[in-house]
Write a protein that binds this ligand. Sequence first.
Ligand code: CTP
Length: 406
Amino acid sequence: MNDLAGKHIVLGLTGGIACYKAAELCRALIKEGATVQVVMTEAAAQFITPVTMQALSNRPVYGSQWDAREPNNMAHINLSREADAILIAPCSADFMSKLLHGGADELLSLMCLARPIDTVPLLIAPAMNREMWAHPATQRNLMQLAADGATILGVGSGFQACGETGDGRMLEPDELLADVIAFFQPKLLAGKQVLVTAGPTFEAIDPVRGITNRSSGKMGFAIARAAHEAGAQVTLVAGPVALATPRGVQRIDVQSAIDMLQACVEQAPAANIFVATAAVADWRPAQASDQKIKKDGSGQTPTLAFVENPDILANVAQSGRAQAGDLFCVGFAAESHDLLAHATAKRARKGVPLLVGNIGPATFGKDDNALLLVDADGTQELPHASKLHLARQLVSEIARRLPNAP
Ligand code: CTP
C-alpha cells in the first residue's frame, strides 16, 4: 500500500540517541509513498550524520537557517510551506521546551514557529530518559504543547540506552509509521466506541485437542485498525490468532464461543458500533474431557456429541440499545456459493442493518478480499482490494449509515 502517497513530510531530528531510529523511520515513510525532507539540529548531527539522512531521504538535509541554497535565504519559510506535516522524531526534552516558548534560534525551531499553524500539523515523538520524561516540567510542557495544537505521539517503555528501564523511549519506526498514517485518515468515527470480533474460536475436546477453523482474523484486525485510524476507541475481541494488535486498539483474547460471547456482552453496553467478523464455531463438544482422551488399544474411536453455540451477533443485535438504534450492528457472512442470496437471508435472520458477505474459502488467510454489502436499500460491491483498504471503505460506509450521520 502507498498510504502516504502524495504526502510531503518534514522530518525533524533533535539531539538524542533515538536518532538511530529516525533513519529507519525515514525509509519507512518513503516506502509508504511519502517524500521526506530532513531537517536536523546541531545536536542531532552528533548522533547521526546528515550524509546518512540525505542518502535515505534522497534529498539534501537542512541544518542551518543561513543555508545559501535557498534563493531567498528563508529555509524556515520555504520548508514549512511545502509540508503536509512536520514530524519531530526524536524530540528531546530541551526541544520540547524550546517549542513551548516559541524559541527560534536555529532552523528547526524557527521553522516550527513559522509554520502555518492551521494547515501544517506538528507531530512530536518524544525521546528521553525515564526521569526526564516523568519530570513535572516535561509533563507540563507536553500538556501545553498539545493545548497549542501539537499532536503528541507518545513514548515507548522498556530498556533505555542509559541502562535504566522505564517510559520515555522513542516509539519504534513501525509504530510511528502507523501513527502518521492514522493521522492522515479522516476522523469519521471520532468519539465513537467500536467493538470488533475477529478470528476463529477454539472449542476444546480435551486439554490437548479441540475444534477450530481456518479464519485468520486478518479482516477483523484490519477493521479494528481502520476504526482506530478513523478516531474511534476500539476493543477487539480476538479468538486464537497469531496477529499483532493494531496500534491503539484494546485487545481481549478469548478461546471459545462462550468466552467470546461473555466478552462481547461485557463490552457491548459501551459500544456505538459492533462488527462481528469472527468465524464462531457453530457447535462445541457437549462435554470437554478434563483429561486427555487416550486410545485404549481396542481400535474403538471416541464418539463426540455436540451442542450449538450461542449466536453472539444475534444476541448483541437483540439488545435494547441495538434495537433503539444506539448500537449499530454489522454482521459478516463467509459463504462458499450463492453469496447474495445467503447474505440477504442472513441479514434478516441476524436482525442487523448491515451484512457484509464474502467468499470464505477465497479469502481465509489472505491479505486481500472482495466484499458485498447488503442493507435495507440493496447491495453494494467493494471490489477486490487489500483487507486494510476494504476495512477503511467499510468504516466509511458504516459512518455514513449511523444515526445523525452528516
Ligand atoms: N456469528 C456469531 N456467533 C455465532 C455464529 C456467527 O456472532 N455463533 C456471527 C459471525 O461473526 C458473522 C455472522 O454471525 O458476523 C455470520 O456467521 P456465519 O457463521 O457465516 O453464519 P451462521 O449464522 O453460522 O450461518 P450458516 O452456518 O448457515 O452459514
